[in-house]
Design a protein around this ligand. Structure first.
Ligand code: PLP
Length: 399
């Protein structure tokens, strides 16, 4: 044992170690697994302590809308993995996006957002934030000139996901970070598809990272949650809003996510390896017209993805020869893959974006973002790759 209180065994630790050990200080019970604190409130020793806790003079728990020890471990772990000063957990990925916008923006402010973000993000910005005087201009994820032209004096946030879902377009994070900085705007990156195991946007100059923990951080499709990570001065603003508005993470969900994080890097590598193999296999199938996956060397985003990501992730899409009818035949011809819009699960999922996840888009918006009727998205899970291929072959043979 090193007898030195200042010794930090996690200083300089690798990603897996941080994902497994950050933030848990064992209680007097000596528990090995992180404890689950299912309590809404906390008891004070006397009135003076209660007063000191409420005033903030004394650190400590007051109420689980403000702090919860299990949620705090999750927040510290995400901050460590993203290389952030601080993180704050939320009840869902959408709650993380909403809380960030409300906390950091006011009436008259402007957002520039990639056109190929999660569908509900588009609805939130376009339909709801606009009602409160916060306008959004949507631009092509990959066209730096379009980002530049959309920026105006009121622009406070540049928002994007990379790679995009389902077409796997890739944005150059360093270039966008420089653009944000020179315009005194914040670069906010939804890092849900990569997770910090594959991509750390803060290290490339982003100001905030957002996750839907519901996806790969859980990894087994059980719980809803989200998180915002970055510099303390920004995260504190978001935290303050969350404490006032209430979209806090459930301690039970935080505990499930902690278990998910322990295997995050292993899972992301396995998802990525299987997705690459499946993408290459799909390219050889006669019923397939085009495959979209950043791991393929002929994908337009491949070079940037190879530079800023550790691996290419688990989501891919492909166009079958034909239209909606053929795409539906392929999907309905599979028997093992799960027909669901979720992703980031051990179970492989398959979906028809044009009539589900992107069904709300107008025909014009679909054309603009490449969501054609013959497009199928797959979020490759952790089953044996030979079985995933065999099931897809059943689907392809149905055409
Ligand atoms: C699912 C998802 C969200 C929303 O997260 P919820 O946890 O469902 O609220 C946001 N961004 C991306 C990229 C997602 O995939």
């Amino acid at each position: 044992m090193i007898d030195d209180d200042s010794y930090d065994p996690l200083a300089g630790a690798g990603l897996d170690t941080l994902a497994i050990r950050t933030g848990h200080v064992r209680t007097a019970e000596g528990e090995h697994c992180e404890p689950l604190f299912l309590t809404s409130s906390y008891v004070f020793a006397d009135s003076a302590e209660a007063a000191a806790r409420f005033s903030g003079e004394q650190p400590g728990n007051v109420y689980s809308r403000y702090t919860n020890p299990t949620v705090r471990i999750f927040e510290e772990r995400i901050a460590a993995l993203e290389g952030a000063e601080q993180a704050v957990a939320t009840s869902s990925g959408m709650a993380a996006i909403l809380s960030t916008c409300i906390a950091l923006l006011q009436v008259g402010d402007h957002i520039v957002c990639s056109r190929s973000v999660f569908g509900t993000t588009t609805v939130l910005l376009d339909k709801y934030l606009s009602r409160f005087g916060i306008k959004t201009t949507f631009v092509s994820l990959t066209d730096l000139d379009e980002w530049q032209q959309a920026i105006c004096a009121e622009t406070k946030i540049l928002f994007l996901e990379t790679p995009s879902n389902p077409l796997c377009d890739v944005a150059d994070l360093s270039a966008l970070a420089a653009l944000a900085q020179s315009n005194e705007a914040l670069l906010v990156v939804d890092n849900c598809l990569c997770t910090p195991a594959l991509q750390q946007p803060l290290k490339l100059g982003a100001d905030l990272v957002i996750h839907s923990a519901t996806k790969y951080i859980d990894g087994q499709g059980r719980c809803m949650g989200g998180v915002v990570a970055g510099r303390s001065e920004l995260v504190e603003e978001v935290l303050s809003f969350i404490r006032s508005a209430g979209p806090t993470m459930s301690p039970f969900n935080a505990w499930v996510f902690l278990k998910g994080l322990e295997t995050l890097r292993l899972r992301m590598d396995a998802h990525s390896a299987s997705a690459l193999e499946l993408a290459q296999w799909l390219q050889q199938q006669p019923q397939v017209e085009q495959v979209f996956y950043t791991g393929l060397t002929d994908h337009p985003g491949h070079a940037i993805a190879a530079k800023q990501q550790r691996a290419f992730g688990g989501v891919l899409s492909f166009r079958v020869k034909g239209g909606r009818e053929q795409a539906w035949q392929v999907i309905d011809g599979t028997q093992m893959l799960s027909l669901t819009a979720n992703l980031g699960d051990a179970k492989t999922t398959i979906v028809h974006p044009a009539t589900t996840t992107h069904g709300r888009l107008t025909d014009e918006q679909k054309a603009e973002t490449g969501i054609t009727e013959n497009l199928i998205r797959i979020a490759v899970g952790l089953e044996d790759i030979k079985d995933i291929k065999a099931d897809l072959l059943r689907g392809l043979s149905a055409i």
